[in-house]
Write a protein that binds this ligand. Sequence first.
Ligand code: AHR
Length: 499
Amino acid sequence: PHASMSLNPAFTVSPVHRRTFGSFVEHLGRCVYTGIHDPSHPTADEDGFRKDVIQLVQDLGVTTVRYPGGNFVSGYRWEDGIGPVEDRPARLDLAWHSTEPNTVGVDEFMRWCRKAGVEPMMAVNLGTRGVQEALDVLEYCNVESGTAWSDLRRANGTAEPHGVRMWCLGNEMDGPWQIGHKTADEYGRLAAETARAMRMVQPDLELVACGSSSSAMPTFGAWESTVLTEAYEFVDYVSAHAYYFEEDGDLASFLASAMNMDAFIDDVVATADAVRAARKLTKRINISFDEWNVWYQHAAPSVPPKDSWPVAPVLLEDHYNVADAVVVGNLLISLLRHSDRVHAASLAQLVNVIAPIMTEPGGRIWRQTTFHPFALTSRYAVGEVLHTELRTPTHETAKFGETPLVDGVATHDPESGAVAVFAVNRSLTEDMTLEVDLRAFEGLRVEEALTLANPDAYARATVDDDETLAPRPNTSAVLEGGTGRITLPPVSWTVLRLV
Ligand code: AHR
């Protein structure tokens, strides 16, 4: 069987937004402590940050990093994490039933971002807190000097403002699990007033209102509509969150998870645009898809035993397989395809907690299977996203009915002329030949083709071997008479690069 796509450099969706390749560091489990921060580690720098982690974060091609939560932020007092470390209080973290030592706080995180070369994206607490505390942390981070909070930052060792542009107005406030959970009306008002006040400090902030925690939330749609009706003129983005996992052995449906993401994005865009029309406004609200990943929500422990409040427990440490990596690659295809309206996204999360990068405390570091499609897409999706006319065989899946067997997207860099095609084969059993009509381009040749696949779709990388399952050269790729041709093995993710 074969699928085909037609590409033309004149038919573009949007520029590739570098923020599509964001990630997320939450004070949760071992993401911060023994993840990015581990003073006992042989590679730790003067701030206690693991340099081997920073190296892999750079290899992953991460652009922005959301911080400090997640559910954690809804009970967080940011000022606990500033000043001399020995004076910082330990607190109960109710979201993850843990003890937060506050060894790492906003100043340390900003230092880590500078070292890793990533842009920080902050979330404020709109669970237990409100407008004033959001203004305080903004003043601490972004005002140069001459005020109480900005001078305190300077006294704490950072003369230059942190200059954080992008701020999330709370986290998953639609979720009943959220500390300080709110109705859409309550949250919409609070988000609007917090955003309005934050803009009084700095008008050019980029502000994200909470959308839905998943498209399966009972309030999905109505929530976005109510919140944006209140907050439309004060915010730039509405968030979307989605986690996928294989259920009941239904691999075929799981591999098609991007169909849910496609529909989710379309529904949020339609809802935001409907509010725009009803309110007679002109600007468009775009999407910050600021949590997405594969997450086996019922597998790894997500809370410690009820009678304990550990520091940095092992939580949400999913161990990903080949199929998970194919889904992650496909979700990136979906995000890129919607680049006209998805302007930022965050793979949740970065280290140890549902993460592409794993560490042993004080010890080794390794890459999960999901690391590779993210790293290669971030590296090669450059320039503009092209409209992709895809013709593909389909099959029936329990969750989605008629489901395309091949999915893909392509980018074109007008500067270098490079074309990159990202594609998945969702068939469990059959090779697919993908034909790419490239006659509208001149002088291309196949530069490289890499495929992530394995006869065992459930094979996993390990701390001892994170190389065997890395993408391998796909030698089937050819370009003849303006048509590129490549064989995609079953359950696989591929990048085909032409220059
Ligand atoms: O990423 C893990 C958790 O998932 C986050 O804390 C929360 O926002 C979401 O429910």
